[in-house]
Design a protein around this ligand. Structure first.
Ligand code: 2BA
Length: 108
């Protein structure tokens, strides 16, 4: 078994948690704070069987990895060159993931 520790943006936490639960992973969600920016982020703890680690990582990547998304333009007047386009592409997300061996796992 492995312990996956995933530090993600808090806005990605609800969708990622739901996807992981849907895929029958067990997840513990911690409200954490980044040491550098001192802003809230979310840390997920997951005990995962070795053969499902890659599957878990794929889901983490899909829902919280770095990706581009269409964001609504806040004020069209601030972006005169994109008048007529309802949204702009923005880079969002990012996950820092640690994977460690679990020496022993028990439910007592
Ligand atoms: P990321 O590297 O994507 O890290 C996002 C958050 O993940 C971090 O929040 C921290 O909570 C966690 N994290 C990343 N690497 C870690 C590690 N090796 N051990 C434990 N936790 C880790 P913040 O500390 O607030 O950092 C936010 C962003 O600021 C970082 O994004 C990075 O782009 C930048 N950053 C962090 N430390 C920096 C430093 N010493 N100098 C310059 N930039 C830094």
């Amino acid at each position: 078994m492995k312990l996956i520790i995933a530090i993600i943006g808090s806005s990605d936490a609800p969708s990622l948690s739901s996807a992981l639960i849907e895929a029958k992973f067990s997840v513990t969600k911690l409200a954490t704070t980044g040491g550098f920016l001192k802003q809230g982020n979310t840390t997920l703890l997951m005990g995962v069987d070795n053969e499902r680690v890659e599957e878990a990582l794929e889901i983490i990547k899909k829902y919280s990895g770095v990706r581009t998304e269409l964001q609504p333009i806040p004020s069209v007047s601030a972006y005169p060159s994109v008048i007529g386009t309802p949204a702009i592409e923005t880079t969002v997300g990012g996950a820092t993931v640690f994977i460690t061996d679990v020496e022993r796992f028990e439910k007592l």
